[in-house]
Design a binder for this molecule. Structure first.
Ligand SMILES: N[C@@H](CCC(=O)N[C@@H](CS)C(=O)NCC(=O)O)C(=O)O
Length: 214
């Protein structure tokens, strides 16, 4: 059975977990914390980051790489659109989640509100959180409000890696106590609720809630 390495609180690890769930792939989960990782772990993940994935004697690092591998190794159900433009858009929104959303939701909000107090016994710096919520979130949400369609998916006509890349970031935002104001961003709020309710995603949220939730 393959092994996925990395704690699920990492949005990158969760991204891979959602792909594994969607494709019905059984796996073992080793919740590596990416601090002072062993030399052994660096053989699988040379940068020492999570996630990493081992499938027999094949080792892979980086969530986007692992998800792309899983798509080729287990093509059904397809999580990358077949249309070239929609395929590229799905990759774009995965990237947007991994970078633009992560840079704000991660260190400025989730890390402060959840990781610092719960895992490092350090207080949350609420000024950093409030500044990010007031100044950094609105432009991100404005952009996504203009991009989400009415079909509940971000690219093409089916659920894809683009939705997964966004969803995993919004899950951490919610664990940190923030959602999308439906009065200001109605389409985005509806979209996020819809994606969170998807069975593969809801199951992971329910599993993580005792550790990460309010
Ligand atoms: N591009 C990588 C990013 C992975 C990443 O930054 N993971 C963080 C945890 S959320 C990590 O391992 N940080 C430890 C470090 O940078 O040393 C991916 O998609 O897997």
């Amino acid at each position: 059975m393959p092994t996925l390495y990395g704690v699920s609180a990492s949005p990158f690890v969760r991204k891979v977990r959602i792909v594994l769930a969607e494709k019905g792939i059984a796996y073992e989960h080793d919740p590596v914390i990416p601090v002072n990782v062993s030399a052994e772990y660096k053989k699988i993940s040379p940068l020492g980051k999570i996630p990493a994935y081992k499938d027999g004697d094949r080792a892979l690092a980086d969530s986007s790489v692992i998800c792309a591998y899983l798509e080729r190794a287990h093509p059904q159900p397809a999580l990358y659109p077949s249309d070239p433009y929609e395929y590229a858009r799905a990759l774009w929104f995965e990237e947007y989640g991994d970078t633009a959303l992560l840079n704000v939701f991660g260190p400025k909000i989730f890390f402060q509100r959840v990781v610092q107090p719960r895992f490092f016994s350090q207080p949350c710096d609420e000024a950093i959180v409030q500044k990010a919520v007031a100044e950094d979130l609105p432009p991100l949400f404005d952009y996504l409000e203009g991009e989400v369609g009415e079909g509940g998916v971000i690219a093409g006509t089916r659920f894809s890696i683009g939705d997964i890349g966004l969803a995993t970031q919004f899950i951490n935002l919610r664990f940190a106590g923030f959602g999308v104001d439906a009065k200001r961003w109605p389409k985005l709020a509806r979209y996020v609720d819809h994606v969170r309710a998807r069975p593969s995603i809801k199951a992971i949220i329910d599993e993580e809630a005792p550790l990460l939730g309010a």
